[in-house]
Design a protein around this ligand. Structure first.
Ligand SMILES: Cc1cc2nc3c(=O)[nH]c(=O)nc-3n(C[C@H](O)[C@H](O)[C@H](O)COP(=O)(O)OP(=O)(O)OC[C@H]3O[C@@H](n4cnc5c(N)ncnc54)[C@H](O)[C@@H]3O)c2cc1C
Length: 435
């Protein structure tokens, strides 16, 4: 009997696991289960809409999904529609590839006010994730504070200041694009507790910020050290030197030719979110870095704004029965192994680090562990899952259904755009019903 494996989550790590299992040439049947009818995890819902070339990695996942030994079962949430205990009864092996879809709290007074919107929520919103279809951030503000110095902070800033023309060839949902374009935002402040050397931006993303049509990226040259000091590998040192070179090319003041500004504001930590129930500003403290850690200097300043977007990390959203390591915030696992027949990959295994390709070795390791642990299948797999879903009246979807949704999105695209995303599950299912 083939080994029957359920992979929970259809992001990169889920697909790399399926791919590694197929390449092993063992007799396997793989079901990739996702809570959405649309596959590919953060490739669809995280990667910025103006980075279409990055999103193209999903074509390789599509090839995996079309393999005869792989099935996609969408619109099924483990923990809600089926318990993990039941799933483990049905399959020889279960792989958790659920990512880290939560926003951790900013951790300063006032961080629960209306207008503090974590990056997962904000990015999910502008990427048309159905979880945020009813959400609309208040963009009636001249300034926005983005907290964090990584690529996600840059993505958020860039999407807020790019022109309609610059966003034309993207899959930003049209209504959301129009809403952003109509906002009076002129200044986006990107605050980092530490300095430009410690910032986690990759150079390609940083350089892009110097080439925006109607937004100047600004940095105080006094924040830019002459050279990279500290304990870095040669590679990391080179990356940081490249970022410093790029930042030195940014002006230190608004040269006045562009209507918007992105302020790379280093050495500043949030102290308090201002306002009653609704954000009216943010109080910051200047910092310096001692032994790699930010220390407050006692010098404070405030920015008036009604939107604060912390882009400071991600949090696991575990379902009942999934063991969590309180120290790491990830699934409790030993190099991916949670228990016999139970594994974790991707962000759920090791936290929100690296690039898309960093998830690939996780898939290979999980495949090796599964084949080490289980030589022959003995459980019913898909037949019993589908029977259960049908019995419970759960409206599950297939990869064919996704392809129908995909085709409809492409057909609905405005000129130049690759697709017009459906942002509610009902709209997606309506397409499936018509197909
Ligand atoms: C905003 C943002 C932008 C990024 N941009 C880039 C970039 O430009 N380039 C780059 O290399 N990397 C980028 N990354 C990183 C990259 O997206 C991740 O490395 C990768 O997506 C992690 O893969 P994953 O499979 O672990 O999780 P995810 O991609 O998050 O996939 C998890 C999947 O699990 C599903 N799921 C969750 N819970 C359940 C459940 N209970 N039941 C069923 N299904 C469930 C979700 O719906 C989702 O489809 C970005 C990340 C973010 C957050």
């Amino acid at each position: 009997m083939p080994i029957r494996i359920a992979v929970i989550g259809s992001g990169p790590s889920g697909f790399y696991t399926a791919d590694a299992l197929l390449k092993s040439e063992a007799a396997v049947e793989i079901d990739i289960i996702d809570r959405l009818p649309t596959p590919f995890g953060l490739i669809r819902a995280g990667v910025a809409p103006d980075h279409q070339s990055t999103k193209r990695v999903s074509r390789a996942y599509e090839r995996t999904a079309l393999d005869e030994h792989v099935h996609y079962i969408g619109n099924v949430e483990i923990g809600r529609d089926v318990s993990i205990e039941d799933l483990r009864e049905m399959y020889d092996a279960v792989v958790v590839a659920i990512g880290m879809p939560g926003d951790p709290p900013l951790g300063v007074p006032g961080d629960d006010k209306i207008g503090v919107v974590g990056a997962t929520k904000f990015v999910g919103w502008y990427n048309g994730h159905p979880d945020f279809a009813d959400f609309k951030p208040d963009l009636d503000t001249k300034a926005v504070a983005v907290i964090g110095n990584g690529n996600v902070a840059i993505d958020v800033a860039r999407v807020l200041v790019k022109t309609a023309d610059e966003m034309a060839e993207t899959d930003l949902p049209s209504a959301i694009g129009a809403y952003i374009q109509n906002a009076p935002i002129t200044d986006v402040y990107m605050f980092g507790r530490r300095g430009p050397v410690e910032a986690k931006f990759t150079n390609v993303e940083l350089r892009e910020m110097g080439q925006l049509e109607n937004a100047a990226s600004i940095v105080d040259p006094d924040c830019l050290p002459e050279e990279v000091t500290g304990e870095w590998s040669d590679r990391d040192k080179r990356l940081r030197e490249r970022n410093l070179t790029t930042l030195r090319e940014f002006p230190n003041i608004d040269v006045g030719t562009k209507a918007k500004r992105v302020h790379f504001a280093f050495y500043a930590q949030p102290i308090e979110i201002l306002g009653d129930d609704i954000v009216t500003g943010i109080r910051m403290e200047k910092t310096n870095v001692v032994d790699g850690r930010a220390r407050g200097t006692g010098e404070f300043f405030e920015i008036e704004c009604s939107l604060v977007i912390p882009a400071i990390g991600y949090a696991l959203q575990p379902f009942e029965g999934l063991p969590v390591d309180e120290n790491t915030g990830c699934t409790a696992n030993d190099n991916g192994r949670i228990a016999d027949g139970f594994y974790a990959v991707g962000w759920a295994k090791r936290g929100p680090t690296g690039v898309i390709g960093t998830n690939k070795p996780d898939g290979k390791i999980a495949a090796e562990q599964i084949l080490e642990d289980i030589s022959e299948g003995s459980k019913p797999g898909r037949a019993s899952l589908i029977a259960r879903l049908d019995e419970q009246g759960v409206r599950w979807t297939s990869f064919d259904d996704w392809q129908a949704i995909n085709e409809a999105e492409i057909a609905n695209a405005r000129p130049k755009a690759p697709r017009e995303k459906f942002v509610t599950i009902d709209d997606m299912l309506a397409v499936v019903d018509k197909a």
